[in-house]
Design a binder for this molecule. Structure first.
Ligand code: FAD
Ligand code: UDP
Length: 394
């Protein structure tokens, strides 16, 4: 379908594709999706490793989980899910522990059998320095939750490697993403629904882009073509917010990741999908072994693929992965939000477009709400006079 689009979407990640799919299927709109990369799907994209056929997530491991019924139903339109449940372990001082911190971790770390109440009492003692004080940063928040010894073992070094920022400078909210449990439940996520797309992320994402009303142009940077786009067509922009305004208010800071992939001539390297490395003398933050994400698949038994993950501050040209969100960033962000609000025809969304860490389910939920609460109203207003029946039934 050529011709004039009703909507231009910049970026084909979960946010952009959810907008495009909903606009096309539910509202009958013609959508042009522009994607700078040579594949669609944004950071959730994955592909079979050429040497082993094992599905590797090119931009870091992506685990789907949600408690949002609507998002879960929406996702089922495009894919079924495996019964995968995420578990993580962490290496500290040559020993292995379950993550996030749970009763099993606490018992193993202190070398004792403890009941939930005994463990609570022990941690309260070890967090005494924070008693009656409101935690002001990540370090204080972590100590208030798990006490100093566990903080120093599992959080301080890992966080320093991941953020290259003093934990005292980081927001307390980062650490509240990790639960602390006084049971032996070691599941990483506490959401109602969890699983991995049965035939992979690429298949899921491609099905979202399949409606005839959607045209995806790969290898196309919005800023290179925007002068040639038809006038007056609304744009949903999911690229970096500061880039849209030519960095006029300064650069928002991001963390990037470097991935080092290695194929090993063995069946199993670590016996689990993700092993965190808590200590600062190990340069990587974690190792992913992708075969373990799909134990149900028929993968080769003589080879495995592992990916070491390293974290550092992004420079221009690097992929922006996680907003660092320092006080200065928040200041700059305020100014960009003002500029964004003044752009009548452009809607900013997604992780990059709002400078916000969003899980996939959050990106999908917020894209659905953009279409329903903003774009649909715009289309309704432009439509011919409403039919009288509708008004009576309303
Ligand atoms: P993206 O997926 O980043 O898509 C944006 C797209 O816009 C990209 O394809 C980009 O190429 C394109 N683009 C940018 N600028 C332009 C331009 N000028 N012209 C054309 N195209 C442009 N979520 C989970 O739920 N579970 C996880 O386990 C998980 N793990 C993650 C691990 C990492 C390392 C990262 C970085 C994220 C993870 N996420 C996870 C989050 C998940 O990736 C996001 O929720 C999802 O990618 C959000 O989609 P998006 O569309 O907002 O952004
Ligand atoms: N974290 C940590 N040790 C771990 C795992 C996580 O200190 O073994 C901290 C770290 O600061 C991290 C935060 O908890 O940034 C959130 O963890 P999550 O696994 O959600 O981080 P992500 O995988 O999204 O980077």
């Amino acid at each position: 379908p050529g011709g004039r689009p009703d909507l231009v979407v910049v970026g084909s990640g979960f946010f952009g594709l959810t907008v495009a799919e909903t606009a096309a299927r539910r509202y009958g709109k013609r959508v042009l999706v522009l994607e700078r990369r040579d594949h669609l799907g944004g950071n959730a994209w994955s592909e079979p490793d050429p040497e082993t056929g094992i599905e590797v997530h090119r931009y870091g491991a992506h685990l789907f989980h949600t408690s949002n019924e609507r998002v879960w139903q929406y996702a089922q339109r495009f894919t079924s899910f495996t019964s995968y449940r995420h578990h993580v372990h962490s290496v500290h001082n040559g020993r292995t522990y379950a993550m996030p911190i749970n009763l099993g971790t606490i018992c193993a770390f202190f070398g004792r059998h403890l009941s939930p109440d005994e463990a609570r009492a022990l941690i309260a003692e070890q967090a005494a320095e924070m008693a009656g004080r409101e935690p002001a940063n990540l370090e204080e928040k972590a100590i208030s939750l798990i006490g100093r010894p566990l903080y120093e073992a599992f959080i301080r070094g890992y966080t320093a490697k991941q953020w290259q920022t003093d934990p005292k400078e980081l927001g307390a909210d980062i650490i509240t993403r990790l639960p602390v449990r006084y049971t032996f439940d070691s599941r990483y996520f506490a959401d109602t629904y969890e699983g991995l797309p049965t035939d992979g992320y690429a298949a899921w994402l491609e099905r979202m882009a399949a409606p005839d009303l959607i045209r995806v142009e790969l290898g196309t940077d919005y800023f290179q073509v925007r002068d040639r786009l038809p006038q007056g067509v609304p744009v949903v922009y999911t690229g970096p917010l500061d880039r849209y305004f030519d960095h006029a208010e300064g650069r928002l800071s991001w963390r990037t990741l470097d991935f080092q992939r290695e194929v090993l001539p063995i069946r199993d390297f670590q016996g689990t999908p993700v092993m965190n490395y808590a200590d600062e003398d190990v340069p990587w933050t974690r190792i992913h072994e992708f075969r373990h994400f799909h134990p149900e698949r028929d993968y080769p038994t003589d080879r495995t693929v592992i990916v070491r993950e390293y974290s550092r501050a992004a420079e221009s040209g690097d992929e922006p992965y996680y907003p660092i969100n320092t006080a200065q960033d928040r200041d700059i962000l305020k100014r960009y939000r003002k500029l964004a609000a003044a752009e009548r025809n452009v809607y900013f969304g997604g992780r990059l477009g709002t400078y916000q860490y969003l899980d996939m389910h959050m990106a999908i939920a917020s894209a659905l709400s953009l279409v329903e609460n903003h774009l649909a109203q715009r289309w309704d207003a432009a439509a011919p006079a409403p039919r009288p029946r509708r008004i009576r039934g309303a």
